[in-house]
Write a protein that binds this ligand. Structure first.
Ligand code: GLU
Length: 496
């Protein structure tokens, strides 16, 4: 093994990349970059039944979006390729056969009906899910029970077979996990894992171990859900005569309501589950990255805002926690607001243009959009809010907020608004500015001896349709005098 740190993100393309998958990728990336090592993408696509077209492209897009550039992978290439397991299928059978030869694996010929029969036969309250293991293997049709001649005959005649790992009985399998310390499993609880399937393709376990070895992976960093597979992997390394990589199992991502964050409970809580949802909703990638880094890790002090390169500098597996990390959507929103507001307005203009166009709002200049952004950004959780909450910058109100209306629109309101309308209609050119508009509003309320809100709120409603929003006078300046007058007229005409 080289001294060089080499880690891999090894997703199976069985669906769109989950946000938890991106967290695994990020921790691998941070660890690799912190140690000036390599971050490798390997596509584990040996399970053809679960293959989803488009899943690999989704993985690649997601990593790029998050800024996690891979050093080696299916697209990038590299000297340990190919990086798709489906393109490496001729490699694995050799190692499975080697394990059979050394007595650590065996051929099995049982049909699925025969395995079901065994399960039904042996099922009891004491053994609710009988396995193909040290207890049952000698009752089954395999190269341990059949005469050698017959095994040979079956293999030569092309009868379908699989290869299973011969898990030892009564052994404690121990390994050191960089996050969890010493972990031990009793071999007796393990089934004789299928290594090679009847289609000649390896299962995840065999392919994963073979590839981690051949690709000289120094550290396996993956989710806790893979911890129970680790003892089988440890046995495979041992039987193949290889040094296992260091292992680190990341804490589960938990729902705030308890339990593992699943697609279903995430949906119930409004938590986007797939990375593509974050891309669609235009979350800031830096915010998502910063948030994900803190799902199970922290700097150990009170710093919370760190960019990808700062995270790289700080990252260490020592500070990854063992306990589950709760997905706090509010915290993500907090990060998003932070990173959104830190972006230069000029960078946001083209994106806001696209969002506006998608909503059917066309024909606005860059300068106009820049002012909309300046006025709206402090209120926006995500960039699309600039357009959604600032709809009145793009079209006149189609309705007025009911509650605010009840509060604001009283009997004499129309009169006050009309008087204000006349006052600003008289302002022309440079005179139509925020200071002047405000002065005119003040003079109307003073004249009538009413509070500021008595006119301010109705005007806001008339101009924006909303009971609250950005600076009203700046809003009126941006909309322009004629547009504002038209909106005031429409409100007074429609509401009195
Ligand atoms: N292919 C596995 C997955 O889909 C990889 C697990 C591992 O990293 O070993 O997550």
């Amino acid at each position: 093994m080289t001294d060089h740190v080499r880690v891999r993100f090894a997703p199976s393309p069985t669906g769109m990349l989950h946000i938890g998958g991106l967290r695994t990728a990020l921790f691998n990336y941070l660890f690799a970059k912190h140690h000036k090592g390599s971050f490798i993408l390997r596509i584990e696509d040996t399970d053809q039944a679960r293959y989803v077209a488009g899943a690999e492209a989704d993985i690649t897009t997601s990593l790029k979006w998050a800024g996690l550039d891979v050093d080696e992978g299916p697209e990038k290439g590299g000297s340990y390729g190919p990086y798709r397991q489906s393109e490496r299928s001729d490699i694995y059978a050799k190692y499975a056969a080697q394990l059979v030869d050394s007595g650590h694996a065996y051929y099995a010929f049982d049909t699925s009906e025969e395995i079901d029969d065994m399960r039904n036969r042996l099922q009891s309250p004491a053994n609710p899910t009988p396995k193909y293991d040290s207890v049952t293997r000698l009752e089954m049709k395999n190269s341990l029970t059949l005469p050698e001649e017959e095994v040979k005959k079956r293999l030569d005649s092309g009868e379908p077979f699989i290869i299973r790992l011969l898990v030892p009985d009564g052994e404690t399998i121990r390994f050191d996990d960089l996050i969890r310390g010493t972990v031990s499993f009793e071999s007796t609880g393990l089934d004789d894992q299928v290594l090679l399937k009847s289609d000649g393709l390896p299962t995840y376990h065999l392919a994963n171990v073979v590839d981690d070895h051949l690709m000289e992976i120094s550290h396996v960093i993956r989710g806790e859900e893979w911890l129970s597979s680790a003892p089988k992997h440890i046995l495979l390394y041992r039987y193949l005569g290889w040094e296992p990589p260091a292992m680190a199992h990341l804490p589960l991502i938990m729902s705030p309501k308890g339990g593992k964050l699943s697609k279903r409970n995430a949906e119930e809580l409004g938590i986007p589950i797939n990375v593509r949802d974050y891309i669609r909703d235009r979350y800031e990638p830096d915010a998502v990255v910063n948030f994900l880094a803190y799902l199970g890790w922290s700097t150990g002090d009170d710093r919370e805002i760190l960019t990808l390169s700062e995270l790289t500098g700080e990252f260490s597996l020592d500070r990854v926690s063992k306990s589950g990390a709760i997905f706090d959507l509010k915290k993500l929103q907090w990060y998003n607001e932070h990173y959104l507001r830190a972006r230069p307005v000029q960078d946001l203009v083209p994106e806001v243009r696209t969002i506006a166009e998608d909503a059917g709002y066309t024909g606005f200049s860059d300068d106009y959009l820049a002012v909309v952004i300046r006025l709206m950004i402090e209120r926006a959780g995500r960039l699309p809010d600039v357009v959604a909450q600032g709809h009145f910058f793009f079209r006149s109100p189609e309705s007025y907020d009911d509650q605010a209306m009840k509060k604001a629109w009283k009997e004499n309101t129309g009169e006050l608004v009309s008087e204000f309308r006349e006052a600003i209609n008289a302002l022309s050119g440079e005179g139509y500015n925020a200071v002047e508009i405000k002065a005119q509003l003040s003079s109307v309320i003073e004249k009538h001896g009413v509070g500021f809100g008595k006119l301010m709120l109705p005007v806001r409603l008339a101009v924006t349709g909303e009971g609250s929003g950005p600076d009203l006078f700046e809003t009126m300046v941006l909309l322009g005098r004629d547009e504002v007058i038209a909106r005031l007229d429409a409100a007074v005409g429609g509401l009195n």
